[in-house]
Structure formats: structure tokens, C-alpha cells
Design a protein around this ligand. Structure first.
Ligand code: GLA
Length: 334
């Protein structure tokens, strides 16, 4: 049995692919593969899709595999090449699929473990990141896969996506973290790739965004590129301040930074939607809510809410969930 969790990002979105800072946590929703070894092929059924995946090993063209969910499996197998072990089994998940809680990263990590990938956290996460990029064509960063692999129970992970150093930050036990589903989305058909390109343009003008200042950003003539860069530079600073607030158990400050992050993702980075904005506004009306923001890539997906224990928020387990920080797939094996 191989199991990997999804993730929610508390703050620091669209910063990982320019080597910035993120603060996600692995959540107590998992993708699980039950499998027996076999030679030369992967045969995987899914409790979420009627079509099973059959892959002869070695896999060379993951992007053309059918059914589409099999592309994540094939991406991992292709990355492992001749080292990929075959298996036959079933995958199931307690994560909502395609909802911005990293169901795809959890699938990749569970598959990689089932395929016999080495248990070195960073190498495993990077292999799964490359698998996702090959499977979907989306130039995603490392946050989702690294969190699923290396999560730490009761902690968020401050990840420096340049040095890839991970610093766990304890989440005060008196907090509720609630995730609310807004809309299905696929990053492949979104402007995610365009945002990655816009950041690359900004970096050609002012150098690495992870070390740029807001003064540097102000020298950019193009208004769109300026706003994209301003989001990234200010978001990195918000992550730094959010970590300090968490370490000081200053949840009001943490919540205020979440709200600023949402505004920046909405106005400067333009990855929010009217539904996500309305859901954040509605959450902020509830007494006991410290903060709320979109989480992950945006264009749909989920919002995350940080609240006190007595906040009047009910979850229905279908469109909203209360989540806890858990160990990642490898941390749990140790
Ligand atoms: C998606 C990507 C991540 C990250 C987020 C935005 O989840 O897979 O690498 O870029 O969007 O923070």
C-alpha cells in the first residue's frame, strides 16, 4: 500500500517557479494505491474513473496516454525509465480531484512509490514535478510535490524554492483551517503558462524576482509585467512576515497577510475569479475568521480560511473540509 497526501497552501502562491517562498502544509486527505508487483506493465484501476490504465514498460510518450488521468501515471513511469517496476492494483482518493488541493501531485507521489522510486525526498519530489510537466505540459513549480512528499504533522512548511531548504513552522493548535471548493479547473487550459512566461520577461528586465526589490519592480515600463513582478516580490515578503506571525502565534496578523495575498493575486496577478473573490469576502464576514484567500494556482479550485476554534463555520465534506497538517508520504514512512 502506497499513500500520499494532498496539500493546501496557506500563503505564497505563484512564487515557486521563480525560486521564491511558499508556506503550504500536507493535509489529511490522501491518494492510496493498493498493488501487487508484476513484470513489464502497470495495470491500474481507479475508484474515481471507469477507465483503467494499462502501460507497457518502459513508457516513452506519457503525453498521449488514454484515459487522461493515466498521463500522470505514465509521466512517473517515463521519468523512471528502465528503473520503473511494474505493478497491478487500484487507486482511490479522499481528495477532491481537479480542485486545487494537489490531487495530481498526490497521485504522482503514490505512483512513484509503487514503481519503486528512491526514497530521497527532494529527488522524489523533483521526479514527480517533471512527471507532471511531461503529462500536462504545464510548467509547474515544486511546491505541490515537495509538500506531498515532505509534509510534517502539525506544521506548515516554509520552502525556499531556490535553495529547496524546508523549515517546518508549527501551527498553533487553537486554529481551524477550512478549505472551500469553488470550481473545477485545469491548469493546462489556464493562463498558468502565460504567467510563467510573464515572470521570465520580468526577470530579463530586472534579474531574479526572488532577490528583486519593489524599487526594481517600479522600473519596469510595461504595466502588465510590472504588476506580475510586484505580486511575486510582495508575496515573498508576505510569506516571510506570515512565518514570523505564525511563530509568534499572531493569527490576526497572519490573517491580514492572507487577505493582502488574495488582493495581490486578484489585482496584480489576475488569477482569481469573481466566485473566489465573493467566497473570500463572505468568509471574512464570519466572526472568528482571521483571514481567507485563494489557494494554489487559482482560476477556480479552492479558497483557504484560517479561523479560531469558535468560528461558526460548518463543513459538509463535499464542498468544504476542515483539514489538519499531516506527515508527507516519506515522512510517514520513517
Ligand atoms: C500550482 C502549481 C504549483 C504552484 C501553484 C501556485 O499548484 O502546481 O507549482 O505554482 O500552482 O502557487
Amino acid at each position: 500500500m502506497f499513500r500520499a497526501p494532498g496539500r493546501v497552501n496557506l500563503i505564497g502562491d505563484h512564487t515557486d517557479y521563480t525560486g521564491g517562498l511558499v508556506l503550504p502544509m500536507a493535509i489529511d486527505r490522501y491518494t492510496t494505491i493498493e498493488a501487487v508487483p508484476q513484470t513489464s506493465a502497470i495495470d491500474l484501476a481507479s475508484t474515481s474513473d471507469v477507465s483503467p490504465v494499462h502501460l507497457a514498460l518502459p513508457v516513452t510518450s506519457p503525453e498521449n496516454v488514454s484515459p487522461p488521468w493515466g498521463r500522470y501515471v505514465a509521466g512517473v513511469a517515463a521519468e523512471l525509465g528502465n528503473d520503473c517496476r511494474g505493478f497491478r492494483g487500484t487507486v482511490s482518493t479522499t481528495l477532491p480531484i481537479g480542485s486545487g488541493l494537489s490531487s495530481s501531485a498526490a497521485l504522482e507521489v503514490a505512483v512513484a512509490l509503487a514503481c519503486g522510486a528512491p526514497h530521497e525526498p527532494l529527488a522524489l519530489a523533483q521526479l514527480c514535478q517533471r512527471a507532471e510537466q511531461r503529462a500536462t505540459g504545464v510548467p509547474c513549480g515544486i511546491m505541490d510535490q515537495l509538500t506531498s512528499v515532505a509534509g510534517v504533522k502539525d506544521h506548515a512548511l516554509l520552502i525556499d524554492c531556490h535553495t529547496l531548504e524546508i523549515s517546518p513552522v508549527a501551527i498553533p493548535s487553537s486554529t481551524r483551517i477550512i478549505v472551500k471548493f469553488i470550481a473545477h479547473r485545469r491548469l493546462a487550459s489556464s493562463a498558468y503558462g502565460q504567467r510563467v512566461n510573464e515572470c521570465a520577461t520580468a526577470e530579463r528586465l530586472i534579474g531574479p524576482l526572488r532577490s528583486a526589490s519593489l524599487r526594481d519592480v517600479d522600473s519596469i515600463a510595461d504595466d502588465v509585467i510590472l504588476r506580475r513582478a510586484r505580486h511575486v516580490v510582495s508575496e515573498n515578503e508576505r510569506v516571510r512576515q506570515a512565518c514570523a506571525a505564525l511563530r509568534a502565534s499572531d493569527l490576526a496578523r497572519f490573517g491580514a497577510l492572507m487577505v493582502e495575498s488574495h488582493a495581490s493575486l486578484r489585482d496584480d496577478y489576475e488569477v482569481s475569479t469573481p466566485e473566489m473573490d465573493a467566497a473570500v469576502e463572505a468568509a471574512l464576514e464570519i466572526p472568528g475568521v482571521y483571514g481567507a484567500r485563494l489557494t494554489g494556482g487559482g482560476f477556480g479550485g479552492c479558497i483557504v480560511i484560517l479561523a479560531s476554534m469558535d468560528a461558526q463555520i460548518t463543513v459538509d465534506e463535499t464542498t468544504s473540509w476542515e483539514v489538519r497538517a499531516v506527515d508527507g508520504a516519506l515522512s510517514a514512512l520513517r
